[in-house]
Each structure stands twice: as C-alpha cells, then as structure tokens.
Design a protein. Structure first.
Length: 222
C-alpha cells in the first residue's frame, strides 16, 4: 500500500493518535465491539493507515495492551534500579505498590480493559507478559528474591511471593475498577465528592502498603 509523503512525515504523531483512540474505543466497547472506523475518526486518520501500521483490529488491540503492560514493566525496572540490592521489605513493597498505582493512574481504563480481556479468555495477556518477563526478568527476580529472603530470615510469614504480588496487584487495580462505585457511595453517604486527586492516590499507596505489610510481616517484625 502506498502511503503519501505527508502521511510518512506525520507517521509518529498519527500512530500515537491511533493508539490513543484505539485504547479509548477498546475500553468502552471491548475488542469485539470496537469499530475500526470509529477509531480512525477519533484519530483523524484514514482507516487504511490503521491497517498499514497494525494490519487488522487484533494487531491494533495487541499493540494497545502491549503498550500499557510495557509501561508498567519499564516503570518497575526504573524504580527498582534506584533501590539498593538489599533494600528492606517495606521499601520493596511500597515501591511495588507506588509503581502500580502511578502507572495505572497514567493509563486510565486499563484495569477495565484487562478484565474484559480475561473475560474473553485472556489469551493475549500471558503472551505479552512473558515477553516482558524475558526482557525485564532481573527486576522480577529482585522482587521475588527479596520476599523469599524475608521469609527465610523469619521477617515475613511463610507466604508464597506469588500470593503477595497477586494481592498487591488486586488492591491497586481495585482502586480504579471500583472508582464509580465508591464515588457514588461516598457522595450519597457522606454528602461529599470523592476526589481522585494526588492526595487520594498518596493515601491509597500508604494504605495498600501498610495493609500488605500487616499481612505478611512475622510477629515482632512490625
């Protein structure tokens, strides 16, 4: 397919517009309900340009998921690279929680999109995650190794690190998935609007961190 010189010059910005429009469309309607023409209209491009970059809707959908998951892994790598190799468990947990909250905050709609994907069978997510594990495996190893070392020292209860990480991810994702529910309850019960601002996110990071540590620290280690 021939692409005009103007399209080639504008390719980076056009590609980003397509990905942003696709993310909004997939979040709102899911993969099956999303329409390529609607994405093209939102991105202000010809539908042929979407096919040029991503071939088809499945390719575009996977690119959207890969971009968001990749952002999470890149932030994890960056944040953990700043920690000492022997960072204490409290610092490791807080860094993990903070990274998830901050990256999900910058990727609105991803938790809902993630749930939609899992409901549809979740075939794409494991493949994408595996690719990033191979790329950023050292970071994942550091997190798991730190938790295992805490168990071995007796500082942590004998809990499989997988359960700890799963709980952290669940609590972080719930902060966004349940947003409309808690905004409604907060307003109807307390007659106050629940502001999802920096103060709220900072409080969530602290709450999830402390609840996680309360559940995994061995007695006498608090």
């Amino acid at each position: 397919m021939a692409i005009s010189s103007d399209s080639q010059q504008n390719a980076p910005s056009a590609e980003l517009r397509i990905l942003q429009a696709a993310r909004e469309e997939f979040v709102a309607k899911g993969r099956s309900g999303a329409r390529m023409q609607a994405i093209a209209d939102k991105a202000r491009v010809n539908k042929a340009l979407i096919h040029y970059y991503f071939r088809n809707k499945d390719g575009l959908y996977e690119a959207v998921l890969k971009g968001i998951v990749g952002h999470v892994w890149e932030e994890l790598e960056s944040n953990f690279a700043q920690l000492e190799n022997q960072a204490d468990v409290r610092t490791v947990v807080r860094t993990l929680v903070s990274t998830y909250i901050r990256t999900l905050k910058s990727s609105p709609g991803f938790p809902q999109l993630f749930l939609r994907e899992l409901a549809d069978g979740g075939e794409i997510i494991p493949r994408i995650v595996q690719g990033f594990v191979e790329r950023f495996g050292e970071t994942a190893y550091r997190i798991v190794a730190s938790l295992k070392a805490g168990v071995q020292r007796g500082a942590l209860r004998p809990i499989d690190p997988a359960h700890i990480i799963m709980n952290v991810m669940g609590m972080c994702a719930a902060s966004f998935i349940l947003k409309p529910v808690f905004q409604s309850v907060h307003e109807s019960v307390l007659r106050m609007e629940l502001e999802y601002d920096e103060k709220f996110y900072a409080a969530r990071i602290t709450a999830i961190t402390e609840m996680t540590l309360e559940g995994i620290l061995a007695k006498g280690s608090q």
